[in-house]
Write a new protein. Structure first.
Length: 186
C-alpha cells in the first residue's frame, strides 16, 4: 500500500467542496488530533487541513468538528461516537488512533478500529484512516524521530491493514515523516 490509497473514496466529499455545497468533516483521534494545551495554541492538523481546504476550494461553508481527546483509545472513541461524531451527520470522518492504543492488545485494537469504521460508514460518512505522526524526541540534539517503539508501529500496521481490507481512503503520515527524516528533510 502506498502512502496514500483509495483517494477516490474522497470524491463525494470533494465534489461538495467543488460545488460549493455545505460540507462537514470530523477529526476523530487522540492528542495527535485535539488542539491540546501542549500545542501552546498552535493549530493541529485538523485546523490546518480545514484552512487549506477552504483556501484551495475558495469556499467558506466547510465545517470542522475536532473530536480529538488526549489519551483516548479506539474503544473510548467508540463509546462517544454517537455524541461526538455521528450526531453531526458528517460527510467525512478522519480517524487517527494508535498512540494510546498500546494499552490494548492488537486483536482488541483491530476489532475496535473495524467497528468504528463500520459504524461511521453505516451512518453515511466517508472514512479516511491516517497513521499517527512519529514521536519526536527533542533531546539529544538535534531533534529526531524515535523509531524504537515497536508497539506503536504494530498498531499502525493494523491501521494500514484495516484501511486496505475495508478499501478506505488512507494516509500513512508515520512513514512519510520517517522517510523525510531519513532524507534530512524533516
Amino acid at each position: 500500500m502506498s502512502h496514500q490509497a483509495r483517494t477516490e473514496r474522497l470524491a463525494p466529499f470533494l465534489a461538495k467542496l467543488r460545488a460549493h455545497t455545505p460540507a462537514l468533516f470530523v477529526a476523530l483521534g487522540d492528542s495527535n488530533t485535539c488542539n491540546a494545551d501542549f500545542s501552546a495554541g498552535a493549530k493541529q492538523w485538523p485546523e490546518l487541513l480545514h484552512t487549506g481546504l477552504k483556501e484551495r476550494f475558495g469556499y467558506q461553508e466547510l465545517t470542522l468538528f475536532n473530536a480529538g481527546i488526549c489519551g483516548d483509545t479506539v474503544l473510548e472513541a467508540l463509546a462517544r461516537l454517537d455524541r461526538d461524531v455521528l450526531r453531526f451527520q458528517p460527510d467525512l470522518v478522519i480517524v487517527c488512533f494508535g498512540t494510546n492504543d498500546r494499552k490494548l492488545d492488537v486483536a482488541t485494537f483491530r476489532l475496535g478500529l473495524n467497528e468504528l469504521c463500520q459504524r461511521i460508514e453505516a451512518a453515511g460518512a466517508t472514512v479516511l484512516l491516517r497513521t499517527t505522526l512519529p514521536i519526536m524526541e527533542l533531546e539529544p540534539a538535534p531533534p529526531h524521530i524515535w523509531k524504537n517503539d515497536g508497539e506503536l508501529r504494530e498498531r499502525l500496521e493494523v491501521v494500514r491493514e484495516v484501511a486496505q481490507a475495508r478499501q478506505l481512503a488512507f494516509v500513512d503520515n508515520y512513514t512519510i515523516w520517517c522517510e523525510r527524516e531519513d532524507k534530512g528533510r524533516l
